[in-house]
Design a protein around this ligand. Structure first.
Ligand SMILES: O=C(O)C[C@H](O)C(=O)O
Length: 516
């Protein structure tokens, strides 16, 4: 009989959450490094370079990889021969105390992203509790814990379908992935659950994302002529076909959209084939540890040799410097799709809750707390600063969620441009074209790198919204790409279309990768 103490469980969960906030799993880095080497699309290669550079900066700086430090998922496998000591509440209460302590660590405070009462008040719980916890009772005398910090952007793209038994999973995946856009921050993983019941398929899809990436091993196995299992063959087929869609890093078009595909299955009803698919973003964060009663568990930091020799820096030759303090509508209208810019000067921020409040205030004829005339807005919810930082990691949030507010912002507030991540939908593109505006894209998953371009940050409105408040940032050489120009051309439409066509020619089939 093993005894697990409450204090040890709390400490282990808190330490693991800190660890995964700044260390990417080594298998993810190894796969991304190979994708970087293979990538032929300049825009996608640049995005992957930013993600790799950001990842190493986070590992050395012990600050979050992404400003979205996630909602905590915990999977517990509790041995039947385990007893508990010192518990003042339930097992879930202890896990949540670990989350509280992990997210409020003074040296690396993580972002509080969880809101209670999701349909009505949506009030931030301030400490990222509660976690979403699944517990299984298994034979044995240990407690196995898997913790993950799942970003909202990738979770939002989760899909579930009840297929007919004879329907093709491959067809459904290939039809569905393009509808997910780039808000899930590719390149990442797709977790697929097949079978069981509706909820079991979704749970399996999520659990499959906790496995290590091993697609390169699987490719090597296939190339050697060794027989693959049916699931392995399906994973490989999906991997190749999804990448052939040409979506690419950040949806800008390129060779790698997914680094791996994971599949879990469970017996199902003869009438059913439930299928769920959950993407994991570039900020793939999870860790697994086993408690055996000997005290708290601390994970071993990875060697810095894990990261490839990639050090992204602003390219002053290729990119155009923009002075936000003197920016005019005319200059915004002159930007071209795919052009890279380095932003300098003052910009405002605002995301979901701020846009909703602005809309409500304008509808009531109320004065806004800030003047948006000739300003650029950055869709972001930053991490709070620690130890002399101007701001914590501050990467872009999914712009598509702001589409419904874009006409209002451009028509009624004097705003002239927007920065976010992922594609804009038809309504936003029409508004951008009508107002001769432009939408700029920063790299999702490069939040710590981006934060280094922010020299000063100050809340200037809606302070009660926490990370969703309106800030004013003063930036130096913040890297962005023109994703929708004033003519309404979207790099998220033209890029993937071009790369899908090029991949189909077979011209990239035999690119050798040395970084194996
Ligand atoms: O909440 C955020 O900061 C970003 C979100 O994860 C998103 O990808 O849209």
């Amino acid at each position: 009989m093993t005894t697990i103490k409450q204090a040890d469980l709390i400490e282990s969960v808190a330490a693991a959450l800190q660890y995964i906030s700044y260390y990417h799993p080594a298998d993810y880095i190894a796969h991304l490094a190979r994708a970087y080497e293979r990538e032929q699309s300049p825009a996608a290669k640049d995005a992957i370079a930013q993600i790799l550079t950001n990842s190493k900066m986070s590992a050395t700086g012990h600050r979050p990889i992404c400003q979205d430090t996630g909602i905590v998922n915990v999977f517990l496998k509790v041995g039947m021969d385990v007893r508990w000591e010192g518990f003042t509440g339930s097992l879930d209460d202890a896990i949540n105390e670990g989350v509280r302590q992990g997210y409020n660590h003074p040296d690396n405070t993580l972002r509080a992203s969880v809101v209670a009462d999701p349909q009505f008040d949506r009030k931030n719980t301030k400490d990222n509790t509660p976690a979403v916890i699944f517990t299984e009772i298994v034979p044995g005398n240990t407690v196995e814990v898997t913790v993950a910090a799942k970003g909202g952007g990738s979770e939002n793209k989760s899909k579930m379908v009840m297929l007919n038994p004879g329907d093709s999973v491959v067809d459904w995946v290939l039809k569905t992935v393009p509808t997910m856009g780039a808000g899930w921050c590719p390149p990442g993983m797709l977790g697929i659950g097949i079978g069981g019941t509706a909820e079991k398929a979704v749970l399996m899809a999520k659990e499959s994302l906790m496995d290590d990436l091993d697609m390169y091993e699987l490719q090597a196995k296939s190339a050697s002529g060794e027989a693959l299992t049916k699931v392995e063959a399906l994973r490989l087929e999906l991997f190749e076909k999804v990448n052939a869609l040409g979506i690419g890093a950040q949806g800008l078009g390129g060779l790698t959209t997914v680094l791996d595909i994971k599949i879990k299955m469970y017996p199902t009803h003869a009438a059913s084939k439930p299928v769920a698919m959950i993407p994991n973003c570039a900020a793939t964060r999870h860790a697994h540890f086993v408690m055996d009663g000997s005290g708290p568990v601390y994970l071993t930091p990875p060697s810095l040799d894990t990261w490839p020799d990639v050090d992204w820096k602003p390219d002053y030759v290729k990119s155009k410097k923009v002075d936000l303090n003197t920016l005019t509508k005319e200059e915004v209208a002159s930007w071209t799709p795919g052009q890279t810019l380095l932003l300098n000067g003052k910009m405002l921020t605002g995301r979901d809750a701020a846009h909703k409040r602005i809309a409500d205030m304008l509808a009531k004829g109320e004065k806004l707390p800030v003047d948006f005339t000739n300003r650029v807005i950055y869709y972001v919810g930053p991490v709070d600063p620690v130890k002399g930082e101007a701001v914590g990691p501050a990467g872009p949030t999914t712009a598509t969620r702001m589409d419904g507010f874009t006409e209002m912002m451009l028509a009624q507030t004097g705003l002239i441009s927007m920065v976010g991540k992922a594609e804009r939908g038809p309504v936003a593109i029409a508004a951008i074209k009508k107002h001769q505006s432009a939408y700029l894209m920063a790299v999702g998953g490069a939040a710590y790198l981006v934060s280094k371009a922010i020299k000063h940050a100050e809340v200037v409105g809606f302070a009660d919204l926490g990370m969703e408040a309106i800030y004013e940032f003063d930036v130096v050489d913040m890297p962005v790409t023109v994703a929708v120009d004033s003519g309404g051309t979207s790099a998220h439409i033209t890029g993937p279309a071009l790369w899908q066509e090029r991949i189909a020619t077979g011209e990239f089939k035999n690119i050798a990768v040395t970084n194996a």
